[in-house]
Design a protein around this ligand. Sequence first.
Ligand SMILES: [Zn+2]
Ligand SMILES: [Zn+2]
Ligand SMILES: [Zn+2]
Length: 151
Amino acid sequence: MESLIEILRNNKLKITPRRLAVLELFYQERKLLTPEQIWQRLNSKFNKLGMPTIYRILAQLSQIRILRQTTDEQQQLCYYYCSLRNKNPHHHFYCKNCQRVFCLEFCELDSIKKAVAGQIDAEVHHHELYIEGLCSECRKSTNNAKLKSKN
Ligand SMILES: [Zn+2]
Ligand SMILES: [Zn+2]
Ligand SMILES: [Zn+2]
């Protein structure tokens, strides 16, 4: 497994404290984060951390596919960590409760291609799949909460 520092180095991104701090934050939290949330979490650690710096770092980290972009329920732009960045195609699962994102090592491209060709005789070049629900931990804790409220 490549370390975060190796990922930056292997992609010819200089190891700067800010860049590493942003990447570490995503790695640790595994959650959807908006640029403002990143600023709120890191602002106290750095002198004069501006939003333009955060946007620039997010763009660089998205370019090497370690971060991915999406929009949250409020249609705000946000980012998440992708541990399978070189494995394409794959999909992501979002937990609505804890906002964590999980990489899923599967893709149903062949069946989609067949279905699209069968229905409208078209050729598929790209697809995105939005999978949302409750992660294993959140399922357990909501089940426990239900049990408790029954007692
Ligand atoms: Zn991923
Ligand atoms: Zn969850
Ligand atoms: Zn797929």
